[in-house]
Structures are given as C-alpha cells and as structure tokens.
Design a binder for this molecule. Structure first.
Ligand SMILES: NC(=O)c1ccc[n+]([C@@H]2O[C@H](COP(=O)([O-])OP(=O)(O)OC[C@H]3O[C@@H](n4cnc5c(N)ncnc54)[C@H](OP(=O)(O)O)[C@@H]3O)[C@@H](O)[C@H]2O)c1
Length: 445
C-alpha cells in the first residue's frame, strides 16, 4: 500500500480534494500525483498539499490539462520507478449548461474535453502500467438526463459506456455516476433554489462529503462497471403521480394519490393527472375556470422558482422579472404541459409573459374542448335524487325544491309557460288536418 502512487485529476476541485484526503486518511496512500489545469495556482491548492503532507503523504501537484496528450505523457514520465502509478481517479470536469438550441459546438467541446478526451488520453497512456484501479467520475445526468445539460449528460454517458467497454475487456475501469454532493464546488456553485427544488422533485437529495467518501469505498467494492453512488428520496419519489423515471420504479413504492393540494393562497385544488384536470374544469362553473387555471399556473411558477409560498407570485408581474431564465422557462412549460396533458409551445413563457396571460391562454386552449355540453355530468342531481325521500318528507324543503326546480325548467325552456307558448305556436302553424289528427290522438279516438 505504501509504494503505490495514485493520480487524481481535478484534484484541486471540491470532490478531487475530498477524495485525495480520503485516500491518504483511510486508504493508506502515501504518494499522490495531483493535477488540474491551474494546478498549484488553484485556490486552496497550497492548503491541500500542506494538509496531505502533514498526514504523511508525498505530494506532487502539477498543472496539467488531462486532455492534453503531450503534457500528460510528460507528467507521467516524471513518476519515479520506486513509486509507480498504480491507480487513477479521474475527477476533472466542467459545466456549460444551456438549452439544446443554445449548445454550440464550442460549448459541447468544452464540456466533453475533460470527460471524453481526457478519459481516452489517460486510458491510452496508462493501459500498459498494470493499474489496479481506474475510476472515472461521472454523473447521474448521464443516466437520467439533466435540465439544460445536454452536453454534460452526453459527456458522462460516454464515461459510463467507456467503463463498460473497458470492463468487458478485463480492465479494472469503473465509472461512478454521482448524485448530488452537498458541498458546493465550482461546478455546482451556481445551483439555485429552483435547481435544487427540481432535483429534489426527482428524489435527488444532497449528501455530505463524509458520506461521499464512504460511498466512494462502497462503490469500489461493487463488482460493476458503472455504479450510481447517490442519495435518493424514495418516499418523495413514490408520492409523484406516475412520472417516476422508469429506471427507478423498482426502488419506489407508489403511495396512494394524495388529496389535491391546496395552494398557500387557499386557492383551487390542482388535480394530479391531466384527466383529473379536465374533469375538474368540466365540473366548475364557467366563471371559476379562469381563476382555477390562474391558481394552477401560479402554484407551478412558485414550485419551479422554489418559492415557499404561492403568494410570492404576482399574477400580473413579468415571469422573467420573477426570476425565470431559459432553463426554468422550459421546466415551467413541461410541468404545465404535464398537468394539462397538452403539448405546450416551447416559447410559452415568452409568448405569454405573465401568470395571467398563461392562464388565459390555457383557458382558451383547453376549456372549449373540455367543456362541451355533452361532457357535462350532473353529480349534484345524482346526489339530490338519492336524498329525495328525505326532502319529500319535509314540507318546507319539498316546496323550496319544487319551486327551484320549476325555475330551472322555465330557464331551460321547459316550464309551464314555455310549454303553453310552444303549444300555441304549434296550433297556429298547423293545418286543419293536423289539428284533427291531434284531437283524435289526444282523445284516443
Ligand atoms: N459536485 C457534485 O455534486 C457532482 C455530482 C455529480 C458528478 N460530479 C463530478 O465530480 C467531478 C468533480 O466535480 P466538482 O463538483 O468537485 O467540481 P469542481 O470543484 O469544479 O472540480 C473540477 C476540477 O476539474 C479540473 N479540471 C477541469 N478541466 C480539467 C482538465 N481538462 N484537466 C484537468 N483538470 C481539469 C478543475 O480545475 P482547473 O479548472 O484548474 O482545471 C477542477 O479542479 C466532476 O467530474 C463532476 O462531473 C460532481
């Protein structure tokens, strides 16, 4: 153990540092080759080196782009024969998030370089060294996708596939597709409330660096090319109505649908499924449909932006002013699309820039189709019918009900006055023969 030398790429980053410390403290590693593009110039690099050396490790800290074949080859040539390289932990990575249409070839290359190019270069330059371990740091974005992370998901999916490929050839390569570390890094430092909220809705819960180090060991002990070390909120996922990612369904026990949630403003309840929404809209008086849809939009806006209360969503305020950007705009459109069962335009938030405008759009799009006369059911009449005997037994209730029903019949054009008018009209318009037929029929002649 004391002879081995471990190369950690991205070692001056947050997780690289955690892993380097862990290798020395728990793994007994005494020789470390630590790299990143900034190397000794990176923030915290000197402190990391000092801490590791204090723990008894010999540290070489070098500035080296892991995708730069020449630079990497030169660095590896400096490794002394007395402490040959025996393991590689490749944690280097960068992010450049954006919606797919904004991902230029340069932005894709930037993110692929430390993952794809560097992994291939590292592999080629170390394949004959007889390494005992080659661990690639990947992300669950490669497995489940990530909002605005088309390039990052592809880069990590490559690492996972590459590990499978190498493993199939008997090489000790393993990809760790990590969930979310709680300790902020350059890569995750920009995550905001809305992003964390979105991840939490997907069951992704951050874990501490201590747990991360333990998960690193646990993952290493698994005989698999790809391991997903992550913390998953299975209960939270189970409460999601039917849209648990297929890969996680086996881990999640579905909980019975909860009664519709009331918004903080005490507004209308939002049914969980699109069919439920249609039914609900159908059952609402026309005047209330708009208000219900506005509540739905405001509740969704609050959820996407990570607001604690829907009251923070001013219905008339521009959504861009409230904090939406292109990624969260897509998230809002996706969530409203899911709730309404409609394919909404990707430009939804830009075409309808306030909650009120989106609600009006939804009402115009959904309500006419949903609310046709034929689709109206009369649950209130069913309830009345089942209580009719009780009403009939009470004189006052019976008289009130009869009078209200007569009112309704008149409004429907079926009341006694309308019936008399209709008969008079028909008699005026009838021929003599028709009148005689009518009298004969009515008198049973
Ligand atoms: N943090 C999380 O929650 C999380 C979750 C899933 C997966 N991961 C993965 O874990 C790894 C570490 O992430 P982190 O959060 O610790 O990010 P971080 O603090 O930004 O660390 C990334 C490190 O990679 C180095 N780097 C970038 N490109 C490089 C290259 N071409 N050659 C050598 N070094 C390079 C960076 O330093 P220079 O800029 O100086 O090169 C930096 O030190 C990444 O691969 C990431 O995809 C992290």
């Amino acid at each position: 153990m004391y002879k081995i030398q471990v190369l950690v790429t991205g070692a001056t980053g947050t997780i690289g540092g955690v892993i380097a410390r862990h290798l020395v403290a728990e793994g007994g590693v005494r020789h470390l080759l630590l790299t990143s593009r900034r190397g000794p110039d990176a923030e915290g690099a000197a402190a990391l080196r000092a801490e590791l050396e204090e723990s008894g490790a010999q540290v070489t800290l070098a500035a080296c782009d892991a995708a730069d074949r020449e630079a990497l080859a030169a660095l590896l040539a400096t490794v002394p024969a007395a402490h040959p390289l025996t393991a590689v932990v490749h944690t280097a990575g960068v992010l450049d998030d954006g919606v797919v249409s904004a991902l230029t070839p340069e932005r894709i290359d930037r993110v692929l370089r430390p993952k794809v190019d560097a992994a291939l270069t590292l592999h080629e330059l170390t394949r004959d060294l007889g390494l005992s371990a080659f661990v690639l740091f990947s992300s669950i974005a490669g497995t489940f996708g990530g909002m605005g992370q088309g390039n990052y998901a592809a880069a990590n999916a490559f690492l996972d596939a590459f590990a499978q490929h190498c493993r199939a050839q008997g090489r000790p390569v393993q990809s760790h597709a990590w969930g979310l570390w709680a300790q902020r890094s350059e890569m995750t430092g920009k995550l905001e409330g809305a992003d964390l909220n979105r991840l939490a809705r997907g069951g992704i819960v951050p874990f501490s660096s201590e747990d991360g180090a333990r998960l690193f060991d646990a993952a290493r002990a698994v005989e698999a090319a790809v391991v997903l070390p992550m913390r998953l909120d299975t209960a939270g996922l189970g409460a999601r109505s039917g849209d648990v990612p297929a890969l996680l369904r086996g881990l999640v026990r579905a909980t019975p649908a909860r009664p519709a949630r009331r918004t903080a403003a005490g507004a209308g309840a939002a049914p969980a499924r699109p069919e439920g929404l249609k039914q609900h809209l159908t059952s609402l008086p026309e005047a209330e449909r708009g208000r219900f849809l506005l509540d739905l939009v405001r509740t969704t806006v609050a959820g996407v932006l990570g607001f604690e209360s829907v009251a923070a969503v001013d219905a008339e305020r521009g959504l861009l002013d409230l904090g939406f950007d292109s990624l969260t705009a897509v998230e809002l459109r996706n969530q409203l699309g899911k709730a309404t069962g409609r394919r909404l335009p990707v430009t939804l938030l830009f075409d309808y820039p306030t909650s009120t405008a989106i609600a009006a759009y939804l009402e115009a799009e959904i309500a006419p189709e949903t609310f046709t006369a034929a689709s109206v059911t009369f649950p209130e009449l069913d309830a009345l019918e089942s209580n009719l005997a009780k009403v009939a037994a009470d004189d006052e209730a019976r008289t009130t009900l009869a009078s209200r029903l007569q009112d309704l019949l008149v409004r429907l054009g079926q009341g006694p006055e309308e019936a008399e008018d209709a008969v008079a009209g028909r008699i005026d318009a009838a021929s003599d023969d028709e009148i005689f037929d009518f009298i004969e029929n009515e008198l049973g002649l």
